[in-house]
Design a protein. Structure first.
Lengths: 157, 103
């Protein structure tokens, strides 16, 4: 169970290989990679800069990951989030979930992404060709996705 | 934070030891304030993080602009998300930032 914030690109295949090597207790692995899109509503993007809150980011990702482990029957999981300046096509975030049966891995990956988007202290700034910079607004859809899990939690209890 | 009672000229008043906190700003809140962090002494009239935001907004035009959309600015105390009503007592680090947009 690992969370990491780094400026360097990540290698999803190598990360997955490191998590599964020599193990025979894992029945399913789900990997999710978030990428930088090259345009915003058709306007070409030059770069995306990710600012974060060192210290709190790691703590918050750790809390989200602990919540996922409590909810789903995971063998292991990994969250890698990048910071700094990224260009279109680069990976921003990697979530890898491993479980004995596939459903836990699928659901945990979605849960981790939904919570990460609404709680991990990262802020995206878009830079366009004319030099214009713009902080990305939070999307209502992201908090609705998170709230869905809270509703599910309340129903289960 | 400690508190005590003292008597001045027969009038009893509760005094609080000075609380120093590190305030950190992120994203457009940081850009508008014009700094990433600062040390401040919490005024005696300020008890919650919401009250601190309102007090900071009175410190100058750059702060007023940063906290103009007070309902949008989020806060963390000692690196944990909190609501505006969260008390500052015992806190060492306060952070103000826009809604997060990671992932």
């Amino acid at each position: 169970m690992t969370v990491r914030v780094q400026q360097e690109p990540f290698d999803a295949t190598a990360e997955t290989e490191a998590l599964t090597r020599g193990r025979t207790d894992i029945g399913g692995v789900v990997t999710f990679t978030g990428l930088v899109r090259g345009d915003v509503d058709g306007r070409p993007l030059v770069s995306l800069t990710l600012e974060h809150y060192p210290g709190m980011t790691e703590a918050e990702l750790g809390r989200i990951e602990a919540e996922a482990r409590g909810r789903f029957d995971l063998v292991d999981c990994l969250v890698v989030h990048r910071s700094g300046e990224l260009t279109p096509g680069e990976g921003i975030v990697l979530v890898v979930t491993l479980s004995r049966h596939r459903q836990a891995a699928f659901e945990a990956a979605q849960f981790l992404m939904d919570f990460l988007k609404t709680r991990a202290p990262f802020w995206k700034k878009e830079t366009f060709a004319d030099g214009d910079g713009h902080w990305v607004d939070a999307r209502d859809g992201d908090s609705h996705a998170e709230a869905r899990w809270r509703g599910a939690l309340a129903t289960q209890k | 934070m400690s508190s005590g009672t003292m008597t001045i000229g027969g009038v009893s008043a509760t005094v609080r030891a000075e609380q120093r906190v590190t305030v950190r700003y992120f994203a457009w809140v940081r850009e508008r304030v014009g700094r990433a962090e600062e040390q401040i002494t919490v005024p005696a009239s300020v008890a919650t993080v919401g009250e601190l935001a309102r007090w900071l907004a009175t410190r100058g035009p750059e702060y007023a602009e940063a906290f103009r959309r007070a309902d949008v600015v989020r806060a963390a105390l000692d690196q944990v998300h909190v609501k505006p009503s969260a008390p500052l007592a015992g806190v060492r680090e306060v952070a103000f930032f826009p809604p997060v947009t990671g992932g």
